[in-house]
Structure formats: structure tokens, C-alpha cells
Ligand binder design. Structure first.
Ligand SMILES: CC(=O)N[C@H]1[C@@H](OP(=O)(O)OP(=O)(O)OC[C@H]2O[C@@H](n3ccc(=O)[nH]c3=O)[C@H](O)[C@@H]2O)O[C@H](CO)[C@@H](O)[C@@H]1O
Ligand SMILES: C=C(OP(=O)(O)O)C(=O)O
Length: 418
């Protein structure tokens, strides 16, 4: 298994490009199942999760073509299967996103239940209840969600909590349903908006995306489209935390600062100087960070996917911070590894109290999930001496060539392949 070796203590300087958003690209690839025409996507990041999704689509009989580094075309004109098997679903929870499109267009689907993972149980009951409300006959059988519906029918669906992939699955199902669907308590994340924009280009009739009430008028069929995936706000935020922890001056190009309000304002509170344009972010840090309290929240609040990275910055900050994780019940797995680097953190249920230390010292640590991995890399950049981050396959799920980008910024970091 590959590892990262980081020698900490170097400031960061330079420019890098931000990749397309993983969490936008995944549902958007699945939306290709909704039409027999070709859907062409640009700014698709090169990530293991994208490779897994393309493999899954391939198993369903979808023709996929990576025309260039960041362009992918998908054509779902001759499906050979309507089933997402456990082997693929277990590695990536977002596989559940084939359920809505398959059911809407082909009238049936069988998708393995995604298992629990490091950050929480992550049930899919809201996806199931929502599809049932749209008229699907849906049950769990032998570890699979098995769904059938001759034709879905529009309905008012109010999810019990805000769910990002739940909203995406239901939106993709509703675009081909008979009549009107209203999704209440819908997720407002930019990635949901990006999916809606693609669906509209494909002929869907959607209004209200970006609010908590999405109204969809079903249409008989959708057609092909071309779409540029939005920039990854979590990747960009992770690099901002990196410069906050290591110090320096960086420029992030092809970014979307308009989607990053909560992250940028917390980092400014921590002492970073940040300037933004339409598609760039310039950040400088030349002092010790200041501890910042925060709580995770649905968009436009502070993203749970940024919690671990900002915690890493807080570990070396001046002062004590209180961090509340409100979205996932078990998303502090990085804490025990940050402790190995010399951090001072106490956890009490959903709250972590971080007392900033003067310095971290390099050690061998283990990545436990995607953003936990990023937090360990950030801490390693700031730590004295050498940090070895093990099990970085988690990182490879969601960051495109992170070590290359950090090296371009002057960090001393290398991949050790084994
Ligand atoms: C591929 C993708 O886009 N992943 C993102 C998506 O995950 P994902 O869409 O899986 O996360 P959700 O928004 O659904 O989860 C929010 C909360 O609702 C709960 N829940 C959700 C659905 C359901 O049927 N039942 C239920 O109880 C979850 O366990 C969690 O506690 O949003 C999360 C929250 O912003 C991010 O951390 C993930 O990076
Ligand atoms: C939790 C994440 O992803 P996923 O939902 O794909 O597990 C993430 O991107 O931080």
C-alpha cells in the first residue's frame, strides 16, 4: 500500500490548478444513465472514485470514453445490466446514485446497500422512502435495494434530514416521472446545483435548485448535453488550510470562491490574508494561526468535508478551539492520529476541544478516511521532521495528485509505492 513521506517545516509558494469537484462529477456521471444520447463532461477529476464510477457504468453496459485528461463521454444506449454489485458499491458509497436514474428510465434497479464506513453509519433510508413516495415498489433483499416502477409519479417528498446524495437521487428519478415532484428540505450544496444545471441542459424542467425546495416537472425523455464540472471547493479549502499551517503565499487557479464562503471566512478569522476573483484565490500566511471555533453544517454552513483539515490547522494555533461535528456521528477518526503528531485534543461526543501546541513533531500515522488523510498531510507539512502517512488509498479516492500539487508549491513530499 502506498504511503506519503512528508518532511515538514517548508513554507508553500506558487500556483496550482484546482480540479473538478468529485462530489459534483459522481452524480453527474450517473445522470448519463438518463438518456440514450451521449453526455460529454469536461473538468472531470482523475480520481479513484471516478474510475470506480466509470467501471460501474461500464458493468451496466454504458460506453465510456476518456477523450482527454479531463473529458469523459458516456453513452447509455444499450444497457446490459441493471445491477450495481457489492464489490464496487462497497468501495464507494456514491454508487447508490445509479438507483434513481436506472429506476426512472428502465423501471427497475438492483443496487447493493453501501456499508457503514469510518465516518458514520450513513443509511440510505431517505433515498428509499423518497423513491417509494414516487411510486416505486422498493425493498431490501439479500443486501440489495431492489426497486421497480413501471412509471414513477411525481409527489411531494420531504426528507427527514438534509441529504445531499438523497436529493440528487430523487431529483434524477423525478425528471422522468409523470407530473410534478416537489423536494422539500432539499440539499442546497453547489454540487446539487451543478447536477441540476446538467439535467436542465439535457431537457429536464427543474426550478428552485440551490434552495431547500426543488420543483421538477417530469418530461418524457432527456437528450445529450455537454457540461463543465464545477471546481472542487473541498480540494481548494484543503490547500488553503495547508498554507495556513505551513505558512507562505499561494495562488489557486480554476477555483470557485463563490462556493467557499464559510471556509474562507473561518480561515480569515484564523489569520490568513485571502483575496479572490471569479475563479482564483490568493492566500498568504506569515504568522501563527489563531484558534477558531466552528460547527459543521449543511451548505451554506461550514462543510463537514472541511472539518478535519481545519482541525489540523487549529492543532498548532494560538489558543483553544471548540469544534462541533453535527453531520456525521463518527467523524473524528483523525484525532487519534493527530495526537500521535503531538496535538492536544479532547473529544466529548460530537465536540472536540483543541488546545493549540507550539509545534507538532513528525511520526507515522494512518489515514482512516478521505478528509482525515488530508488533515494528516496538512499537519505533516507543519510538523518538525518526517511524517509518514499510511493507507493513502483513501486520499486517492478524492484528491487528484495531491503530492504533485504540494510539491509544485514547494513542499517536501513524496509517494512511496509498495
Ligand atoms: C458523494 C457525496 O456527495 N458525498 C457527500 C455527501 O454524502 P451523503 O450524501 O452520503 O451525505 P448526506 O447528506 O446524505 O448525509 C447527511 C446525514 O444524513 C444521514 N442520512 C442520509 C441519507 C439517508 O437516507 N439517511 C440518513 O440518515 C447521514 O447518515 C448523515 O448523518 O454529503 C456529505 C455531507 O455534506 C458529504 O460529507 C459527502 O462528501
Ligand atoms: C465523505 C466524503 O465522500 P463520500 O461521500 O464519497 O464518502 C468526502 O468527500 O469527504
Amino acid at each position: 500500500m502506498d504511503k506519503l513521506r512528508i518532511t515538514g517545516g517548508r513554507t508553500l509558494k506558487g500556483e496550482i490548478d484546482i480540479s473538478g469537484a468529485k462530489n459534483a462529477a459522481l452524480p453527474i456521471l450517473c445522470a448519463g444513465l438518463l438518456t440514450a444520447d451521449t453526455v460529454t463532461l469536461t473538468n472531470v477529476p482523475k480520481l479513484n472514485d471516478i474510475a470506480t464510477t466509470l467501471k460501474l457504468l461500464g458493468q451496466l453496459g454504458v460506453r465510456t470514453d476518456r477523450a482527454s485528461d479531463d473529458t469523459v463521454s458516456i453513452t447509455a444506449d444499450q444497457l446490459t445490466a441493471l445491477e450495481a454489485p457489492y464489490e464496487l458499491v462497497k468501495t464507494m458509497r456514491a454508487s447508490i446514485l445509479v438507483l434513481g436514474p436506472l429506476l426512472a428510465r428502465f423501471g427497475e434497479a438492483r443496487v447493493s446497500l453501501p456499508g457503514g464506513c469510518a465516518i458514520g453509519q450513513r443509511p440510505v433510508d431517505q433515498h428509499i422512502q423518497g423513491l417509494a413516495a414516487l411510486g416505486a415498489d422498493i425493498k431490501i433483499e439479500h443486501g440489495f435495494v431492489v426497486a421497480r416502477a413501471k412509471k414513477l409519479k411525481g409527489a411531494v417528498v420531504r426528507t427527514d434530514m438534509v441529504t445531499v446524495t438523497g436529493t440528487e437521487n430523487l431529483m434524477m428519478a423525478a425528471v422522468l416521472a409523470d407530473g410534478q415532484t416537489i423536494l422539500e428540505n432539499a440539499a442546497r450544496e453547489p454540487e446539487v446545483v451543478d447536477l441540476a444545471e446538467l439535467l436542465i441542459k439535457m431537457g429536464a424542467r427543474i426550478k428552485g435548485h440551490g434552495t431547500d425546495r426543488i420543483v421538477i416537472e417530469g418530461v418524457a425523455s432527456l437528450h445529450g448535453a455537454t457540461h463543465d464540472v464545477i471546481p472542487d471547493r473541498i480540494e481548494a479549502g484543503s490547500f488553503l488550510c495547508a498554507v495556513g499551517a505551513a505558512g507562505g503565499d499561494i495562488m489557486l487557479r480554476r477555483a470557485a470562491p463563490a462556493t467557499m464562503g464559510a471556509t474562507i471566512s473561518k480561515l480569515q478569522e484564523a489569520g490568513l490574508t485571502i483575496q479572490t476573483g471569479d475563479d482564483w484565490i490568493q492566500a498568504s500566511m506569515h504568522k501563527r494561526p489563531k484558534a477558531v471555533d466552528f460547527r459543521t453544517h449543511e451548505y451554506p454552513g461550514f462543510a463537514t468535508d472541511m472539518q478535519a483539515q481545519l482541525m489540523a490547522l487549529n492543532t498548532i494555533a494560538d489558543g483553544t478551539s471548540v469544534i462541533a461535528e453535527t453531520i456525521f456521528e463518527n467523524r473524528f477518526m483523525h484525532v487519534q492520529e493527530l495526537l500521535r503528531l503531538g496535538a492536544n485534543i479532547d473529544i466529548d461526543g460530537h465536540t472536540a476541544v483543541v488546545r493549540g501546541v507550539d509545534r507538532l513533531s513528525g511520526a507515522t500515522v494512518m489515514a482512516t478516511d478521505l478528509r482525515a488523510s488530508a488533515s494528516l498531510v496538512i499537519a505533516g507539512l507543519a510538523a518538525e521532521g518526517e511524517t509518514l502517512v499510511e493507507r493513502i488509498y483513501h486520499l486517492d479516492r478524492g484528491y487528484e495528485r495531491m503530492e504533485h500539487k504540494l510539491r509544485a508549491l514547494g513542499a517536501q513530499i513524496e509517494r512511496i509505492s509498495s
